[in-house]
Design a protein. Structure first.
Length: 109
């Protein structure tokens, strides 16, 4: 995630205040309430990147990549937020987390 995107998201959050939340945050919570966690399969990409592709997302596919496991984890969470049009500044409120250490599934906290 670029510095420009982070600044823009934080600025939007500051302008709209803590009480206003994006509609996508509600839609995200409803998705996980009515569906199973989003599963990803990992593939080796070009230049040593790890590519994650969702296998059961009901609204299409989520595809992202990272050079390390930590970067890939951050990018998957950001991609899930992006698919619901939730700014990354609401990542804490969304509570998306990986289910266990050995699994490739993500759900809400």
């Amino acid at each position: 995630m670029t510095m420009t995107k982070r600044v823009k998201d934080q600025l939007n959050k500051f302008i709209w205040g803590q009480t206003a939340v994006p509609r996508g945050l509600f839609e995200l919570s409803q998705y996980f309430l009515h569906n199973e966690p989003i599963n990803f399969r990992y593939e080796q990409g070009e230049n040593g990147n790890i590519v994650a592709v969702s296998s059961n997302f009901r609204h299409g596919s989520i595809i992202t990549s990272g050079t390390t496991a930590e970067e890939l984890d951050r990018n998957i969470k950001d991609a899930i937020l992006t698919s619901f049009e939730v700014p990354s500044s609401y990542a804490l409120e969304a509570g998306i987390h990986k289910l266990g250490d050995k699994t490739e599934s993500y759900a809400l906290a």
